[in-house]
Design a protein around this ligand. Sequence first.
Ligand code: AMP
Ligand code: ZN
Ligand code: FE
Ligand code: FE
Length: 282
Amino acid sequence: MAVDLHTHSIESDGTDAPAEIVAAAARAGLSAVALTDHDTLSGIPAARAAAAGAGLELVSGAELSVDWDGGTMHMLCYFLDPERPGPLQERLAEVRDARAGRNRGIVARLRELGMEVTWDEVAAEAHSGVVGRPHIAAVLVAKGHAESIPDAFERWLAAGRPAYVDRYRLGWQEAAELARAEGAVPVVAHPHTLGVNAGEYGRAFAALSAGGVRGIEAWYGEYAPPVREHLAAIAAELGMVATGGSDYHGRYKPHLAIGTGRGDLSVPDAALDGLRAARAPA
Ligand code: AMP
Ligand code: ZN
Ligand code: FE
Ligand code: FE
């Protein structure tokens, strides 16, 4: 059996409802699926209810963007329980507020640049979920200001592009400590975004491990098999958990499927067993 430990629903910047994610995971024959929306656990209750009916395990999680060494990294936090909010969940409300301010800043910048994008259009694209740049990108595509979502990032929204606006983030160590204090397990997502050469991964992961990060997303949907194997080998050397997932976003990343990513992904059940074993004792 296999698992998928990285998916996004309509509660953040995916396009499927949480229950649809669970149904797709069941159809793919997975034993477990994690819902890891950006900065929110609001999809977890519906996903959990759907999983109970579909006979697979729902792992609750969230993905955070955190400061790292002059840049940013994404941190997946597993086993956060929305019914028992702890110190990390308390901080997430602030993070969501800051995100909302940043998003309005982006829309204002786009309008200054001559595009007739309105906040209402962006909000409609996001339904009631946490708004992210992919929603703004989708509106830009619909209005003819970009050819595709990646093109909208490339032209306007990515760091350094004309409508980029930065936002407040937790520091990585702070986030890892808060997650662990809440009984959660922090994992470094898609390590290529650390901005570290493959030859320096060992040193970077050792630093992350010393700061409380327990896993490395080795079996990532977008990676070629040798990259996955390399990352899993480093995780084993450092005593960290090799985790993995598709980073499914529905229509916003149409090349990625739940469970199989680009088609060749299979995340072993051992990844979830390892995460469970890495929980701090209660
Ligand atoms: P935000 O959380 O609002 O800063 O938006 C970040 C999200 O946008 C990421 O989690 C990805 O899903 C998506 N994203 C970031 N960069 C790109 C890109 N170059 N092309 C397409 N999607 C991207
Ligand atoms: Zn996303
Ligand atoms: Fe990410
Ligand atoms: Fe993600």
